[in-house]
Design a protein around this ligand. Structure first.
Ligand SMILES: Nc1ncnc2c1ncn2[C@@H]1O[C@H](COP(=O)(O)OP(=O)(O)OP(=O)(O)O)[C@@H](O)[C@H]1O
Length: 226
């Protein structure tokens, strides 16, 4: 069997360690995610969900413990190596789409591919293919302001998957949408993810959406709880 895509091993993180405002955010997190597995991360506000996702996505480093990516311990790699892994292997989606306002939907999906060395022709083809998959074939030339909230979020999903990552991390990606749109956009996300076989960790407060993922992991006070 191949290595899991992501292994978090005994992750611990304290902000302002030793100071009066010390916050022990993560207190020994163990989590393994296999290729093709979509894990729901359910956590109350302030439980450390964003901190955990930042560690998993190599945006931040734990005080102790390890982040193992495709069988390799990447916790203490230098910034350049971590940046390359992040760019080529990890997709992020957030509560807000964070698309570049001056660029069309297609361009927003093309740009990260150009940064990774893909030719413009290939990148545009991939962008159009992804937009088609999320039902936005006719919206490629629209700028973010010319898209609905749910459409913009679907474009953001396409952008996150444009470089063919092995891991997708979501921080409440449908949290900003009304229930009906959230449901529809989440369905588009799951179709997209299921078509790729990538591993995903998606944080959500929505227990109905969590139940549609493969496994639910609860985070409370910095620990995974049953
Ligand atoms: N840079 C920082 N310095 C100090 N404390 C921080 C820092 N970042 C986060 N914290 C604290 O760590 C705790 C966890 O924060 P985190 O953002 O991971 O929570 P969360 O579960 O994502 O919450 P939310 O759902 O509200 O976004 C919070 O109590 C927060 O105040």
């Amino acid at each position: 069997m191949s290595d899991p895509v992501l292994q978090l091993q005994k992750l611990a993180k304290t902000y302002n360690a030793g100071l009066p405002g010390e916050v022990q955010v993560l207190r020994g997190i163990d989590l393994t995610v296999q290729a093709g597995e979509v894990v729901a991360l359910v956590a109350p506000s302030g439980a450390g969900k964003s901190t955990l996702l930042h560690m998993a996505g190599l945006l931040d480093q734990p005080d102790t413990g390890a982040v193992v990516f495709n069988g390799t311990d990447v916790t203490r790699l230098n910034d350049h190596k971590r940046t390359v892994i992040r760019r080529d292997e990890v997709g992020f989606i957030y509560q807000f789409h964070h698309l570049l306002p001056e660029f069309s939907a297609v361009e927003n999906i093309v740009l990260p591919q150009l940064a990774a060395g893909t030719s413009r022709k290939m990148a545009e083809g991939k962008a159009l293919d992804l937009l088609d998959k999320v039902g936005l074939k006719g919206r490629g030339l629209h700028r973010p302001a010319e898209l609905s909230g749910g459409e913009a979020q679907r474009v953001a999903f396409c952008r996150a998957l444009a470089n063919g990552p092995r891991l997708l991390l979501g921080d409440e990606p449908t949290g900003n949408l009304d229930p009906a749109t959230s449901d529809q956009v989440f369905g588009a996300l799951m179709d997209l993810v299921r078509g790729t076989g990538l591993a995903a960790v998606i944080a959500t407060h929505n227990l109905e959406l969590a139940a549609r993922m493969d496994r639910v992991v609860r985070l409370d006070a910095g620990q995974i709880v049953p």
